[in-house]
Design a protein around this ligand. Structure first.
Ligand code: ADP
Ligand code: ADP
Length: 225
């Protein structure tokens, strides 16, 4: 059964830019999918539809049996964890620990469970030592890792990440790739990091000017590249 279904998805921005011009695909539970393509191909726009940050101009998106529409957003956002391209878009609390606790507290989890999730999620991204720092003091790579922890702490079934290794130093990049390899649930990310795509993904969707230009296993996609 599909965990993600995107059907005939179109997106035009208010200035008339047609960022997505009819996209369709399905993703199975546990699949690891990279969305690649040139700058402006529509990758970020596509990801933002997966948990309802954007509303389709036409077509639709389903997460499991749930249509992504205004009324289902709380449910969709518990299932789909989104790591934005710019970590400043998701860090807004006084300390790192507060930011990572924010999601679990919103779920209404008891204090002990929230604390466990904060500690575990920060440990997973190698950021335990940053927990009492104000996020604005962190380096770009540290912010990125904390942003990922804020999403892991929600235990999402689907992890969606826009350029997760952008701005990371080689050590942090390695560490993140190890973490993502261990993450057993569905993951969907954009990347210009071809080594990462080859190492982590069983499937690559290539976007070109708002349409799917290719969709298949990396070996097939890159054979003629
Ligand atoms: P990618 O992530 O592949 O670089 P994007 O989804 O960011 O592509 O952008 C797709 C197209 O939509 C580009 O032409 C981009 O300039 C345009 N675009 C993105 N965001 C906006 C916006 N807020 N308003 C108008 N055009 C936008
Ligand atoms: P749970 O196992 O109850 O979901 P955890 O605190 O163990 O909660 O994990 C928090 C989140 O991190 C979950 O989304 C889980 O799938 C994910 N996760 C657990 N272990 C790993 C790991 N080794 N690498 C990456 N992600 C992990």
């Amino acid at each position: 059964h599909h965990i993600v279904e995107v059907r005939d998805l179109r997106h035009s921005y208010p200035d008339g830019t047609e960022a997505l011009r009819g996209i369709s695909f399905t993703i199975h539970h546990g699949e690891s999918v990279a969305v690649i393509g040139a700058n402006g191909a529509g990758k970020s726009t596509l990801l933002l539809h997966l948990n309802g940050y954007l509303t389709p101009t036409d077509g639709n998106v389903r997460i499991g049996d749930t249509p992504v529409i205004k009324g289902t957003l709380p449910e969709v956002r518990r299932t789909v964890g989104m790591v934005f391209q710019d970590p400043d878009d998701q860090l807004f609390m006084p300390t790192v620990a507060d930011d990572v606790a924010f999601g679990p507290l919103n779920l209404g989890l008891p204090a002990g469970e929230v604390e466990r999730r904060v500690t575990d999620s920060l440990a997973l991204v190698g950021a335990g030592h940053l927990r009492e720092k104000p996020p604005y003091r962190l380096s770009g790579g540290e912010k990125k890792r904390v942003a990922i922890a804020t999403v892991l702490s929600m235990s999402p079934d689907i992890l969606v990440m826009d350029e997760p290794t952008a701005g990371l130093d080689p050590f942090a990049r390695r560490q993140l790739m190890g973490l993502l390899r261990e993450f057993r649930h569905t993951k969907i990310f954009t990347s210009h990091d071809l080594d990462m795509v080859l190492e982590l993904c069983e499937r690559v969707i290539v976007l070109r000017e708002g349409v799917v230009a290719a969709d298949g296993p990396p070996r097939e996609i890159f054979r003629n590249a």
